[in-house]
Design a protein around this ligand. Structure first.
Ligand SMILES: [Zn+2]
Length: 197
């Protein structure tokens, strides 16, 4: 590691420490303490800096779901299609219809591709979960071309996974993050309706 990289790493660590201290190591969105990390609200590519005010503490589930890190899209789009099992497609469509976050298959997959490129660490167990599911249902959509190229290169460099296996795995991670957050919501409802003195 060069001195410059080393100095930058120290800056980032100091910044993360400030952000996490402010939230007492708890996720600012759901209060979880699972794999909480500091993330920039405005990414550096859009002029964000390492100011504590530009930091938010997020647990793993909230990092996968959150829409921070979104970069402006270019005009050029690449159509992609990939196969998955009927069960997985039904499960994802139920989430989309329930209106939690994303409404369309395209919007959800674009979000996941962006999250992966911006924050691969949130998908650290992707290799275990990435499987080419049974080919029963095909999703057709389009993603930003520049982003898609970065996604494919990153997959090749880090895991050697195919795009289809990776996307199926990322959808599983997203669904389980949503379930984790939904469980937390119902726990909160349970606590607040508990009238024990
Ligand atoms: Zn959270």
């Amino acid at each position: 590691m060069t001195t410059e990289q080393d100095a930058r790493l120290k800056l980032i660590q100091a910044w993360e420490h400030l952000v996490l201290t402010r939230t007492r190591d708890l996720c600012a969105n759901c209060g979880s303490n699972v794999q909480v990390r500091a993330r920039m609200v405005v990414p550096e590519s859009l002029g964000g800096n390492l100011h504590p005010e530009n930091g938010v503490a997020l647990c793993r589930s909230c990092r996968v779901i959150s829409s921070i890190h979104q970069e402006p899209e270019t005009n050029s789009k690449t159509p992609i299609s990939f196969w998955m099992s009927r069960a997985q497609s039904l499960q994802m469509n139920e989430h989309l219809e329930a209106g939690v976050g994303y409404r369309t298959q395209s919007a959800l997959v674009r979000h996941l591709v962006q999250q992966y490129v911006a924050d691969p660490e949130s998908f650290q167990d992707l290799i275990e979960l990435a499987e080419e599911d049974v080919a029963e249902v095909k999703w057709n959509l389009w993603v930003d071309s520049a982003l898609y190229t970065r996604f494919k290169n990153l997959l090749q460099e880090t895991s050697g996974l195919s795009v289809r296996a990776a996307l199926c795995g990322m959808l599983r991670i997203y669904a389980s993050a949503l379930n984790t957050l939904n469980q937390k919501e119902s726990e909160h409802v349970g606590t607040s309706s508990n009238t024990t003195p």
